[in-house]
Design a protein around this ligand. Structure first.
Ligand SMILES: [Fe+2]
Ligand SMILES: [Fe+2]
Length: 308
């Protein structure tokens, strides 16, 4: 199997997304400057994770695995490819330009994830879908909601899906698909922390009762989302060594941990590995990124599964 040092075409552009130079945004009263700094640094890690992919390596899939993963990748490609225009407009209206800037950079990362699923589809010799009812329905639902609820839906969708990316990274039968999974899960782990931080700010003035009721409604939606994902992607999960029922439990446990952190009262420790905790002038401490900027810029690319 030959090795190349090229960056996979169609994935990460060479230039960092965004127009704001590092240091221009400051840290902002709400503390989201740390997230702008993280998202502006992250393309460096993304490019490192995409180095050495040999897209010409033989495809290591049975016909059944290929069919399952194509169906699954087509849906994820659509789901991750939104332009976020309406979400960003809501964020702008909420009046924190530093948060809005960070969200713009997150949306750009999601579009790269969509491109990566497209890379996987082309590798498997399959076409993209132009539309799918589930994506259209989810998009319509999100657009009808306020910013805080839309971010909560994002948290649910990402917490449930990140287990899928973990499964791809660790157990996909094909080495390039494992690299795609590794690349996406690395971003998504941080996205979860980012959504939690915005929700913590959004619920700053809410009572314990409100938080409890919101938590119950989130849990109901999360159970539905995890069930739909397990049913819709069951064959792909099995191809990646995950039993759908076990996946369902793991996805919901992960969601629970993040939801509890998002809804916890501002007093006391945040929990969830909050060693990078960011104090803010509003009194709501944020989780901040789970890695330091130095690690993002300089950490070595991990070895994932079998070598490519
Ligand atoms: Fe994503
Ligand atoms: Fe994400």
């Amino acid at each position: 199997m030959s090795k190349t040092s090229s960056t996979l075409p169609g994935a990460t552009p060479k230039t960092a997304p965004g127009e704001t130079a590092p240091g221009e945004t400051g840290f902002g009263a709400t503390g989201f400057g740390v997230w702008v700094e993280y998202f502006e640094a992250n393309p460096s890690r993304q490019q490192r994770l995409e180095q050495g992919w040999d897209a010409s390596a033989p495809v290591m899939l049975t016909d059944g695995q290929r069919r399952a993963l194509v169906r699954s990748f087509q849906r994820f490609e659509l789901g991750e490819g939104g332009d976020g225009v309406r979400l960003l407009a809501k964020a702008r209206a909420a009046g924190d330009p530093v948060y809005t800037r960070a969200l713009e950079l997150l949306v750009a990362e999601e579009q790269k994830h969509s491109a990566l699923f497209g890379v996987g589809l082309r590798r498997m010799g399959a076409a993209s879908l132009s539309a799918h009812w589930s994506d259209a329905a989810f998009t319509r639902l999100r657009r009808s909601l306020g910013l805080r609820t839309e971010i909560a839906l994002f948290l649910i969708a990402e917490a449930v899906a990140v287990e899928y990316f973990e499964a791809l990274a660790e157990r996909a039968p094909d080495p390039i698909l494992r690299r795609i999974g590794e690349r996406i899960r690395t971003d998504e782990r941080e996205h979860l922390r980012f959504q939690v931080d915005r929700l913590r700010v959004g619920f700053a003035g809410s009572s314990s009762l409100t938080r409890a009721l919101v938590g119950i409604s989130w849990w109901t939606v999360a159970v539905g989302a995890a069930t739909v994902l397990c049913l819709d992607h069951a064959a792909a999960l099995k191809a990646c060594g995950r039993h759908p029922l076990a996946y369902w439990g793991r996805a919901l446990r992960r969601f629970r941990d993040f939801a509890v952190t998002a809804l916890r009262l501002p007093e006391g420790r945040i929990g969830l590995g909050s060693e990078n905790e960011v104090p803010t002038s509003s009194g709501v401490a944020l989780l901040g990124p789970g890695v330091s900027i130095a690690e993002v810029v300089a950490e070595p690319a991990p070895v994932v599964g079998a070598s490519v």
